[in-house]
Design a protein around this ligand. Structure first.
Ligand SMILES: Cc1cc2nc3c(=O)[nH]c(=O)nc-3n(C[C@H](O)[C@H](O)[C@H](O)COP(=O)(O)O)c2cc1C
Length: 362
């Protein structure tokens, strides 16, 4: 494992070993992939303003989110169909998150069911990502199953009323191989077969008529805290708070839905300001190293989540690989905090970063 010193090493390895269609599906974004690229490069638009001589002999990375304790402010984002990249899929990723002491979010479109993941990783803090289906009884049943299986929060993805225009997927009409299925559904809903692909699955079954009223409905059928995932504007953040969500993910779905929206890190300050502490704020999109986590925390995120990096870890060696990725990000964040004079996540305030343009103007 010594050649794997950063998350990008895991990515390079995964791109070498995975089949082309799987790489296209996991790596790709929507349209010209402007937002996908920007999710990474926008982190460079912020510089860290380190403080020195502050006694960093003890650096504490612990965080909490929706009442759940985490050993670090970095968890695993929901990504669909993880058994495409490793036979143990979601069960391995969930166990790795548990070993690392952090949150694992299971996608609705998983290749291991809610119950299988709960049984495989009973001690992991698990949240369940949800889409709102045209047939509300499907969503209602998923919520009940997640509750019964011990999941601690619901993450409603709000940026996916229709499927993003992912050119690589469209070219290969991406669909699940015959030996895998969407494990949370009965046979008739479980397949993206017949060459129709995921695009048709989403466009046929998800409700394109969803509004904020559906969050109110969701709140009426569950006691679990609700986070919405996919907010990029102050206006939507304020509405989300008004309908009573407990947390907001600043996310552009890893650049996979609407191209040319801002990078997650670019949208974060506006959302954090609008929320003003009335809900928790998280970020995902392009986080690959400790400095990224640090900058997101400084700009108002309480936690960040890794999407593709966990998949690259999974592709490398299942549970061990995901753990490896999480450990790298943890070690990097610890170093960044020490070198910036921060001994706890609460020390990572807005004053710890500045736009790079501040310096180039000098
Ligand atoms: C292959 C893949 C599948 C995904 N599936 C889902 C999903 O089922 N539900 C969801 O809310 N987000 C999904 N996402 C988005 C992630 O939750 C997350 O927003 C994104 O991956 C973060 O960006 P990053 O990959 O740069 O870390 C998916 C992302 C990828 C790459």
């Amino acid at each position: 494992m010594s050649s794997l010193v950063c998350v990008d090493d895991y990515e390079r390895h995964a791109l070498r070993i995975l089949p082309r269609s799987v790489v296209d599906f996991h790596r790709g974004g929507a349209g010209e992939e402007h937002t996908l690229r920007r999710n990474r490069t926008a982190f460079q638009s912020w510089y860290i303003r380190p403080r020195v001589m502050r006694d960093v002999s003890c650096v504490d990375l612990r965080a909490s989110a929706l009442g759940c304790e985490a050993s670090m402010p970095c968890g695993v984002a929901p990504t669909s169909m993880q058994r495409l990249v490793h036979a143990d899929g979601e069960c391995a990723a969930a166990r790795a998150a548990g070993e690392a002491g952090t949150v694992f979010i299971l996608s609705t479109l998983s290749t291991s069911s809610v119950e299988e993941v709960a049984a495989a990783a009973p001690d992991t803090t698990k949240w369940f990502q949800l889409y709102i289906y045209k047939d509300r009884s499907v969503t209602r049943e998923l919520v009940a199953r997640a509750e019964r299986a011990g999941f601690k929060a619901l993450v409603v993805t709000v940026d996916s009323a229709v499927y993003g225009m992912r050119r690589a997927d469209m070219r290969c009409a991406f669909s699940l191989p015959a030996h895998l299925r969407m494990a949370n559904f009965s046979e008739d809903m479980a397949h993206t077969s017949g060459g129709e692909g995921l695009l048709d699955y989403v466009n046929n079954l998800y409700d394109q008529g969803v509004t904020w009223k559906d969050i109110t409905w969701l709140r009426s059928i569950t006691k679990l805290p609700i986070a919405v995932k996919g907010v990029l504007t102050a206006e939507d953040a304020r509405t989300a708070v008004e309908v009573g969500v407990s947390a907001i993910f600043v996310s552009n779905h890893g650049g996979r839905q609407l191209d040319t929206v801002p990078a997650a890190i670019e949208a974060l300050p506006e959302v954090a300001r609008a929320v003003g502490g009335r809900a928790e704020v998280y970020l995902d999109g392009g986080v690959r190293q400790g400095t990224d986590v640090f900058k997101a925390l400084a700009l108002g995120a309480r936690m960040v989540f890794l999407g593709r990096p966990a998949l690259w870890g999974l592709a490398h060696s299942g549970q061990r690989g995901v753990r490896g990725v999480l450990d790298i990000v943890r070690a990097e964040l610890r170093t960044v905090m020490a070198l910036s004079g921060c001994t706890s996540v609460s020390d990572i305030t807005p004053a710890m970063v500045a736009p790079a343009s501040t310096y180039s103007r000098l």
